[in-house]
Design a binder for this molecule. Sequence first.
Ligand code: ATP
Ligand code: MG
Length: 495
Amino acid sequence: MKFQAIKGVRDILPPESALWNRVEQAARDVFHTYGYGEIRLPIFEPTELFARSIGTETDVVAKEMYTFEDKPGGLPPLGPYVPPEDYTAALEHAMRSGQIPDMQSNRAVLDGLKGWLGIMKDELVPQEQRSAAFGNWTATLGHIVLGEQLSLRPEATASVVRAYIEHGMHTRPGNVKLHYIGPMFRRERPQKGRYRQFYQIGAELLGPSDHPALDAEVIEMLLAFFARVKLTGAKLYINSIGDKNCRPAYVERLRSELQKVHEKLGADSQRRIETNSLRVLDSKLPEEQPIIDKLPHIADHLCDACREHYAELKRQLALRNIEYEENWRLVRGLDYYMRTTFEITAPGLGSQNAVCGGGRYDGLVELLGGPAATKGIGFAIGTDRLMLSLEEAGAAATCGLDVFVAWFGAATYPAAAALARKLREQDISVELPAQEMKFGKSLSLADRLGARFAVIVGEDELAAGEFTVKRLADADQGKLAEADLLEYLKKSRTA
Ligand code: ATP
Ligand code: MG
């Protein structure tokens, strides 16, 4: 039997992982200069958190989440060998001891189970009715809630907001600025740039103000990060999707326009007319494009406050010399967004060309039970896509091995091991073969491992108190005493 990674997930191997680390470190460094600190979040949360924040009608929640019941492990498996009375007793014990939820409906199920048990055990009841009672017992058992519904996180904003509320972070001075790095999970159709476990680098700013300067600074930070990792050809698209004052009326208008062209739309868009009409604007189907082009633009239906907010955002971007393009069709697939929305695309990605999505979510903290005054804005970068785009443009990582210590003669091994340790203490990456190798094999391995230098430790070298160092790229070589060798290698070590 051969095991393989499941569909839609993948391994990121060295040396590529080194490039990932470099990119993630660049995010930490750049975000730090804007006052952001890293938050490390759980990978799973109650399903309800995502349902409430992202919205039950969104694709993410309706179709894509990995959800499971957090069952206790201690229950005996239900089967022909476990008598119903033992299983019922085990359930009761699990409920008393808090392993399964002690809730009203569960107590009712347990009472029901005991009722059926009584009938099964009563010799005076005819056999036929006792067998029927067993059927009822099994059916009733199916209604017990063994554990909480949990989901692997499909995104992290909901978790950040949950943590913000849980830890009373609104009492911290100034704006709360958090960034995160890690895997997300969505059960989508795998393709280039779309995976079931994918990675995001994201940041969130939470605080009492919704000033557009904050939105612009968040975008500036994002672009500073992209510049730091040398992403070229990134394009910024912005839009405003209004707020709870003006969006509902626009959505109504959109819906009634969509109903008029219902017949001409594909099945997905037809379904979305009722459930999530804004998402129709997101459609990539070529035959729908001329229809969508004629739909009303939200910019023409913003309330005064939203229109001013959007105008000021554009002014704030301009004063930072940030180039952008307005895209009235830019809506986000998550319900909590309002006003500012933005997306960044990068080259080399085919149709999955969005490397970052973000926007404002002023009502989310309140929706999740936090202080109503807290506003929020943030973004999430799709790291997988960012890496694809960087690699497409030629970014590559090497293994980063600095030195191969080739030793010859059993007596030299202690000196070779001691040298390897001293080099490593200087942050130099060293490979030391565990067993003696023939000279030719040893140097060929050094070469194939991509080492930049070979240091030769032989009996002659030891006697002379020197090491031979050979630069593998051009075979240039010389003899150096230990202190000089350390100095020389330290200076030419890989960054
Ligand atoms: P898309 O329209 O491409 O599906 P989205 O609107 O669902 O993106 P968001 O939820 O806003 O994406 O997530 C932000 C970013 O995360 C996206 O711009 C993208 O780069 C990345 N992303 C989202 N889903 C995936 C996935 N399944 N695989 C890889 N990256 C993803
Ligand atoms: Mg998506």
